[in-house]
Design a binder for this molecule. Structure first.
Ligand SMILES: Nc1nc2c(ncn2[C@@H]2O[C@H](COP(=O)(O)OP(=O)(O)OP(=O)(O)O)[C@@H](O)[C@H]2O)c(=O)[nH]1
Length: 416
């Protein structure tokens, strides 16, 4: 079945947990015992309604603290689609969690409180979603019940957002007035907002077209494992396992292996369920080649006339995720597709103010949650594409070698 990955974002108390709880509840994706325990917990807290946020804030510690603290994944399904929701918290210091949640999302759902309008956070989230090239963006103007379901309140927020969005490169934007608590325009269209003519949130999520968002043109297959069984019966077997990062691969296709540059043809494509005719993103397959050429982990199979850039110089946007700042001259481990290398920060070109989109060219470091443009020099060539062309082969992470922590998430701007 078709899967939609969505990432939610909003400021604290805009109602993300309630909205997700509502989706789970109304699509009957929760078990009766969970509902009963939420009803009990709501009564214990003195709430006079079923507190749907409790459903979402699954962890007891979170409930007690009252704020969501990490990316949590929720699953629900309707007869049309399966949904995986990355629920990211609204606190300002959690930009890195939003980056983590949204980097693989098909759709970003940004919530604003109708009473408060667009806050700095909403702009930041919209900007991050565009930076991460999330193909679809939905702005939910929540708590419409608290503004009397007024059209002008909604229209003002929509106009404000559309104006900001014009500065960004947003592929597809949908704005929906909702009340997560009451359930207006979440699963069914609300009768209390007859001025609104668009779809309910769930209808939009079920129908938004995502199949063509993946890059089906540039064949990219980063080799993750070389399979060579040692037993006598399989002595000649050699397969290359990995996940398709772009394009469509078929048996018989002429391909090239990078960085060696040797070309050959695909003999067969195998999966855990047997051989297949073709493989496309994000299938995990084993590819067998006609000729015995030397292929190792970290190599890339592509088409002869359509190769990624092989480079040790990378120009990228990076979202900094560590308390210790990034400064030019520092060295990190870099992970890019199935390749690992070391990288030195050659320079910091600018720090980006995510609210004004102003570029600070004088910046000498990036602090926690800052976003900036950097140049890296790697010890091994990377086989990369521009992030906007391919999120898999254009994305990387930087790791502090001393602590083994992921300190930055990068997106290749230009690979030369
Ligand atoms: N009246 C009204 N209240 C709402 C609505 N949606 C959420 N709320 C209330 O707003 C408060 C915050 O909602 P949450 O869902 O916990 O907010 P959140 O954005 O998930 O907050 P964090 O997870 O802590 O970041 C709760 O008291 C909700 O009951 C709505 O549509 N109408």
């Amino acid at each position: 079945m078709d899967i939609l990955r969505l990432a939610t974002a909003g400021s604290v108390d805009d109602g993300k947990s309630t909205l997700i709880g509502r989706l789970l509840y109304d699509t009957k994706s929760v078990f009766t015992d969970q509902i009963e325990s939420v009803e009990r917990a709501s009564r214990d807290r003195g709430d006079d309604y079923v507190n749907l946020a409790l459903l979402t804030d699954g962890l007891r510690a979170e409930r007690e603290q009252g704020i969501t603290i990490d990316v949590a994944y929720r699953y629900f399904a309707t007869p049309r689609r399966k949904f995986i929701v990355a629920d990211t918290p609204g606190h300002i210091q959690y930009t890195r969690n939003m980056v983590t949640g949204a980097s693989t999302a098909d759709l970003a759902l940004i919530l604003v409180d109708a009473r408060k309008g667009l806050l700095e956070q909403s702009r930041r989230h919209a900007f991050l979603a565009t930076l991460l090239h999330v193909p679809h963006l939905v702005l939910c103007v929540n708590k419409m019940d608290l503004v009397g379901y007024a059209e002008d309140v909604f229209e003002a927020i929509r106009a404000d957002f559309t104006q900001f969005a014009a500065k960004l490169d947003i592929g597809d934007l949908t704005v929906i007035p909702v009340s997560a608590l009451v359930g207006d325009n979440i699963v069914t269209r609300s009768e209390r907002m007859d001025w609104y003519e668009g779809p309910s949130l769930l209808h939009h999520l079920e129908h938004v077209h995502v199949a063509s968002d993946r890059n089906l043109i540039d064949v990219r297959f980063p080799v993750q494992y070389v399979i060579r069984p040692q037993s006598d019966t399989h002595r000649d077997y050699r397969g290359y396992a990995g996940q398709v990062a772009g394009g469509v691969l078929r048996a018989g296709d002429e391909v090239m292996v990078l960085p060696s540059g040797f070309s050959t043809t695909i003999r067969s494509i195998e999966t855990a369920d047997g051989p297949v005719e073709e493989a496309f993103p994000a299938m995990s397959v084993t590819i067998r080649l006609t000729d015995e050429i030397d292929v190792s982990r970290g190599d890339m199979i592509c088409r002869v006339n359509n190769a990624p850039t092989v480079t040790q110089d990378v120009d990228a946007m990076v979202c900094w995720m560590d308390d210790a700042p990034l400064r030019p001259g520092q060295k990190f481990a870099i992970k890019h597709t199935t390749r690992s290398a070391r990288a030195m920060v050659k320079d910091l070109q600018y720090r980006l103010d995510v609210n004004s989109l102003h570029r600070d060219m004088a910046a000498d470091h990036l602090g926690l949650n800052d976003i900036g443009r950097i140049r890296l020099r790697t010890t091994q060539p990377l086989l990369c594409d521009e992030y906007k062309r391919n999120r898999s082969t254009g994305g990387f992470v930087l790791i502090d070698e001393a602590t083994n922590r992921t300190v930055g998430a990068g997106m290749v701007n230009e690979a030369r």
